[in-house]
Design a protein around this ligand. Structure first.
Ligand code: F6P
Length: 319
């Protein structure tokens, strides 16, 4: 193992830089050269590649985004794109690749593994939608951002006696909504995995009002019912003025939390060591308090399920 390349692909996630730092430093410690591929799989097609040194990753552990930049490469989804990437891999004498990202990145990596390229993947996405791991890098930071928004929204909700619907990201996964809703003390949480019961939400708001409650925070995931439609239903049926906040891309940026930085550091370290040991086609994960490595196919086939017990708990705690 003489040369490892690293790339970040898909949506950026806070903590990606901490993984990059860890990969670069672990590789150099082991006398392995590290190449940085820019803009995800696009850089692998174009040959947009440069050598990393110890100082290329100085002062980045605390920075959100990705210093390598990222993209959702459409070209890499084609046979021509992959063949071109294989040529670049040969030209730069790349022995193995560490790919950081979510399920789209893993699918891209699987194509390379199928063609004999050695790859390790690190789960980086704010969505936490990969079933084989309890946490993906960036998720806990995104939850912190959403919780901080909820605290601010509470102030204005209470002052005006309004209901607020906060829409968070997550694509088809309700984890950001669920975790931020729990930590922020939301009255109701709406997730794409379960059918929404608007009558139950409205009843809860009305019950709260009767006992003098003035703030009502409903957290909804982007893959569930549209926040504006939900706000309209709440306003019409409860007669309580309702406002909407769509948190958007603010969740994707910012300083990664301590948990994300620690997980990121260990994922990067392990990803390089796996490749040095000659292991390929594996994705890193953290399950039930332990670091794990799973076959890329197994990881992609695992079906993510929402923790319904937690949702039930929210219902009880927000009674
Ligand atoms: O996967 C992360 C994510 O932020 C999702 O929560 C969201 O649906 C999507 O990316 C947005 O994608 P894009 O960056 O392409 O707009």
């Amino acid at each position: 193992m003489k040369t490892i390349a690293i790339l970040t692909s898909g949506g950026d996630a806070p903590g990606m830089n901490a993984v990059i730092r860890s990969v670069v430093r672990t590789a150099i410690y082991n006398d392995v050269k590290v190449l940085a591929v820019k803009e995800g799989y696009n850089g692998l097609i174009k040959g947009d590649i440069e050598t990393m040194t110890l100082s290329s990753v100085a002062d980045i552990i605390h920075r959100g985004g990705t210093i390598l930049r990222t993209a959702r490469s459409e070209e890499f989804m084609t046979e021509e794109g992959i063949n071109q990437a294989l040529k670049v891999i040969k030209k730069f004498k790349i022995d193995a690749i560490v790919a950081l990202g979510g399920d789209g990145t893993f699918r891209g990596a699987r194509e390379l593994v199928k063609r004999g390229i050695k790859v390790s993947c690190v789960p980086c996405t704010i969505d936490n939608d990969l079933a084989y791991t309890d946490y993906t890098i960036g998720f806990l930071t995104a939850v912190e951002t959403a919780v901080s928004a909820i605290s601010k929204l509470r102030d204005t909700s209470e002052s005006h006696g309004r209901a607020i619907v906060l829409q968070v990201m997550g694509r088809n996964c309700g984890d950001i909504a669920l975790y931020s809703g729990i930590a922020g003390g939301a009255e109701a949480i709406v997730v794409p995995e379960l059918e929404i019961d608007t009558d139950a939400i409205i009843q809860k708001i009305k019950n709260g009002r009767k006992r003098g409650k003035k703030h009502h925070i409903i957290v909804t995931a982007e893959g569930a019912l549209d926040a504006y439609d939900l706000a309209k239903i709440i306003e019409e049926k409860s007669d309580i003025e309702t406002r909407v906040t769509v948190l958007g891309y603010v969740q994707r940026g910012g300083v990664p939390t301590v948990q994300d930085r620690i997980l990121a550091s260990e994922f990067g370290y392990r990803a390089v060591n796996l490749l040095i040991e000659g292991k390929t086609g594996l994705v890193l994960g953290y399950k039930d308090g332990k670091f794990i490595e799973v076959d890329i196919n197994e990881a992609l086939n695992a079906k993510k399920e929402l923790n319904k017990e937690l949702l039930k708990m929210v219902d009880i705690l927000s009674i």
